[in-house]
Design a protein around this ligand. Structure first.
Ligand code: CO
Length: 177
């Protein structure tokens, strides 16, 4: 097995976070190495989900562990080419964070339940009916694959409340270039 890819977290407002990702067609060792590398970044950053654009990769790929605990590898969920095929009618407002927006939190309204069709890392078809926290995480991560970010989902009030932190991220990005 190949070694995990060395990956680093991509922060807002990096343009790669805005790209719509194309589907993955090669279910090979490189994909496995990418998944392993993404899980490493997620755990190191204290996250519970990570989308490929958040490590600078234009791939339709998510990794999730709702416990955030690397010891609980049985809770890991790897979704390749995921799409939401149905959404529940009930919605809930719940506070979300995002590894690409450190220190920023905002309430986001989303459907409670969703059905997701995807493939696993070997290309096998998956169909998941999700509710609760896991449903929310998957919907947040799936947004990333469409170039949709937490800042797009937050209310005007939350945007105002987080304005200084958002401006700091933009300044840091400009300075890093
Ligand atoms: Co995010």
């Amino acid at each position: 097995m190949s070694a995990p890819l060395e990956l680093t977290l991509t922060l807002y407002p990096s343009p790669v976070l805005r790209k719509v990702t194309p589907p993955i067609s090669a279910f090979d060792e490189e994909l496995q190495a990418t998944v392993t590398g993404m899980l490493e970044v997620m755990y190191e950053s204290g996250g519970i989900g990570l989308a490929a654009p958040q490590v600078g990769l234009g791939l339709r790929l998510l990794v999730i562990n709702e416990t955030g605990d690397r010891e609980k590898a049985d809770q890991e969920l790897v979704l390749v080419n995921p799409t939401i095929t149905s959404r529940g009618k009930e919605t809930t407002l719940y506070e979300e964070g995002c590894l690409s927006f450190p220190e920023i939190y905002a309430e986001v309204s989303r459907p409670d339940a969703c059905t997701v069709e995807a493939q696993d890392v070997k290309g096998e078809a998956l169909s998941l009916e999700l509710t609760g926290f896991l449903s929310r995480i998957v919907q947040h991560e799936l947004d990333h694959l469409e170039g949709i970010l937490l800042v797009d989902r937050m209310s005007a009030g939350d945007k105002l409340r987080n304005r200084a932190a958002l401006e700091n991220l933009v300044d840091d990005y400009k300075r890093s270039r």
